[in-house]
Ligand binder design. Structure first.
Ligand code: WT7
Length: 646
């Protein structure tokens, strides 16, 4: 990489290899973004060509309507022609002593077809929703594709989510089938996933639980409901015709945290998503035939859908999925994996990078990481020092860092500089992808000049992969995305600014979403969980900056119903457990403070900003709107005493 005035550019040799290396691509796309996407769409396989590329009846829009396709024909059948025996997927299990599993494109094709046939036999039809609650094992990828093969809508639920979180999602989608596993390894322990699944399907419509054998742990079994995955697929045929899907039909529903307690199901459709997933992957990670791509994201998140599963397959490359934690059993496990497989493209989150930096220091000297060509970052802003460490120690100053901005809602990456063009600048995500139009608005909907912070908004024609709705909740769709600046402007909920070259820097969310180790949570959903505790009167959760995780939740709880004799330490522990039960271990508050009252405005709104500043020690600012200024002193005292009080 070449450095010039704070910006980094790819070298000549690097440019030579890159699919996209001329900035004229931006100009061309800008002239006619609809035509630009149409050209790309022509490069994937359609059963029937579309009638109209983009249609817009604000806020609703369609891409490639009238077109028909099946994403699995693009992921699998197409690849059999040229790369039948090429390795598609390498699975690295968590236990170091266990052997990896390797599936060629043909292997994957057969497994997907077999399972698709089995699902059909169980009565799964086009448009039916199927729940997937699986760890990172090959069957997770196979299950998603098997659903897509027959036109069933997959809803993946992160395997570390609690039974309650699983139940909420299954109830919302009315799924009748759930695919799970007996267990999986996490930091040397076997997690009994089947037990969580059993709890989670209570009070849902799930009538069959398909269980993949993974960890061999003991599980309970209900003969009328449970069925082994292996038994189901054993005698199935190797071929299942792909359901011909309309471009605008649902491919999947994925839940994410919104501005209120309940998660919302973002809906993604077959056509536009396929086009965007293929070409953002191809251009941003510069995917070539001989690449070994490793995206660390779990399939429970959108990154896991688009870049751990669909995009590598759409591009016919070899990719890795990893069951475990990147720092287990030793903090350098991630580097071992890169060396073992000769990974060329590595995609992870700033939280992981900061953790690697903390434990691994000068890792590059110990492992051969020189296979790496491109490094990716996603999920939260990457600070300059993490960027520099990643650049220097992992990429040995030769790999571009693509800092990719996107959201569950956008289906694929929308902002990042392209590796063959640049420029790259630490802490800036980069330029909008060609054919994508962003702006930064002040509250009045006026475009802001460089360096001014405002709302990041997406303008028509949006993106082919952008969500089409919130599952069964059209009102929420309108209110969340299409109401701040009218029906023609997509509101991202992020604040951002541009530099003089137009590179975008993300400042953070403007709603109550917090990014904890890159995971998306809302303070509202944590509060809803905590409020379920019988001794809690009210509470407020705020996100506090954290050196490794970016942000962590801290809870302030008022408990007027607590019997005098009950130690606060027990209440605090129960509150933490309550969050674990309702959401899962990723959401645990770092600290819980029991306070007498919360700072409120005269209209009764809790002022979370003050709580946050009290915790971080920042200046409190204007307190004149507070109805109960006395609380500030009380909370200050409580923070000072901290845990000692209990
Ligand atoms: C929110 C979306 C997109 C896949 C994973 C996250 C934040 C995402 C970046 C980045 C700064 C980022 C935004 C966004 N975010 N990528 N490169 N730099 N912030 O998807 O869980 O739906 O979260 O993550 O705040 O709105 P998600």
């Amino acid at each position: 990489m070449i450095k010039k005035g704070g910006y980094y550019y790819p070298t000549k040799e690097f440019k030579k290899r890159a699919w996209i290396n001329k900035s004229s691509v931006y100009k061309e796309a800008k002239k006619n973004p609809v035509l630009f996407w149409e050209k790309l769409a022509k490069e994937i396989f359609w059963r029937k060509k579309w009638k109209k590329v983009f249609s817009h009846r604000p806020p609703y829009f369609k891409w490639f309507s009238g077109g028909k396709l099946n994403i699995t024909e693009n992921c699998l059948d197409k690849n059999l022609e040229e790369r039948k025996n090429k390795v598609a997927l390498i699975w690295e299990p968590e236990p170091v002593e266990e052997r990896e599993r390797v599936l060629t494109y043909y292997d994957l094709y057969r497994q997907v077809n077999k399972f698709a046939n089995a699902l059909k036999k169980l009565g799964v039809k086009k448009r039916d929703r199927v729940g997937i609650y699986l760890p990172m094992i090959p069957e997770a990828i196979i299950s998603m594709l098997a659903c897509a093969r027959i036109g069933a809508v997959h809803t993946v639920v992160f395997s570390a989510f609690s039974p309650t979180a699983l139940r909420i999602r299954l109830q919302d989608t009315q799924a009748k089938i759930l695919i799970t596993a007996d267990g999986y390894y996490r930091r040397g322990q076997i997690i009994n996933l089947k037990q969580n699944a059993d709890k989670g399907i209570k009070e849902t419509k799930v009538r069959k639980l398909i269980v993949v054998q993974r960890a061999g742990n003991e599980i309970s079994w209900k003969a009328n409901k449970d069925v082994w995955y292996e038994d189901l697929v054993k005698n199935e045929k190797d071929f299942c015709p792909a359901e011909v899907m309309d471009s605008e039909e649902l491919l999947f529903v994925l839940y994410t945290s919104g501005s209120t307690g309940r998660p919302k199901g973002t809906t993604h459709v077959c056509g536009g998503y396929s086009v965007q997933a293929k070409f953002t992957g191809k251009w941003i990670f510069d995917l070539h035939e001989d690449d070994i791509f490793w995206s660390m994201a779990d399939i429970g998140w959108i990154t896991g859908h688009t870049y751990t599963c669909y995009s590598p397959l759409l591009n016919g490359i070899t990719f890795i999925i990893f069951e475990g934690a990147p720092d287990w059993p030793t903090p350098d496990r991630w580097a071992q994996i890169i060396e073992k497989y000769g990974v060329t493209t590595f995609y992870t989150a700033p939280t992981a990078i900061r953790m690697f930096a903390k434990y691994n220091g000068k890792i590059a000297k110990k492992y051969k990481l020189d296979s790496l060509q491109i490094l990716g970052s996603v999920g939260e802003p990457i600070d300059e020092s993490a960027w520099q460490w990643y650049f220097r120690e992992v990429g040995e100053k030769k790999c571009p860092i693509v800092d990719t901005w996107w959201q569950t809602e956008t289906g694929g990456i929308l902002i990042t500089s392209l590796p063959g063009i640049g420029p790259f600048k630490p802490a800036f995500t980069g330029l909008p992808f060609p054919g994508i139009k962003f702006d930064i608005f002040n509250g009045e909907g006026e475009s802001l000049s460089p360096r001014k912070v405002g709302d990041l908004v997406l303008l028509p024609p949006f993106a082919p992969g952008l969500l089409r709705g919130v599952y069964k909740n059209p009102k929420k769709y309108l209110k969340t995305y299409w109401s701040q600046y009218g029906r023609k402007i997509y509101f991202t909920s992020d604040a951002a600014f541009k530099d003089k070259k137009g590179l975008i820097r993300i400042v953070g969310r403007v709603d109550d979403v917090i990014k904890v180790a890159g995971h998306r949570l809302t303070t509202g959903e944590l509060e809803a969980a905590i409020n379920l505790h019988p001794n809690v009167t009210e509470c407020a959760v705020v996100g506090i900056p954290d050196k490794i995780k970016g942000e962590v939740p801290v809870a302030f709880v008022v408990s007027k119903k607590l019997p005098e004799a009950r130690p606060l330490a027990i209440l605090k522990k129960e509150i933490v457990d309550q969050v674990k039960k309702e959401i899962g271990p990723i959401a645990l508050p770092k600290k819980v403070f029991i306070v007498k009252d919360l700072p409120k405005t005269r209209s009764g709104k809790i002022m979370r900003r003050i709580l946050k500043r009290l915790f971080t020690g920042e200046k409190l600012g204007d307190l004149s709107t507070l109805a109960n200024p006395g609380t500030v002193k009380e909370i200050k005292k409580c923070l000072k005493v901290g845990d000692k009080r209990s």
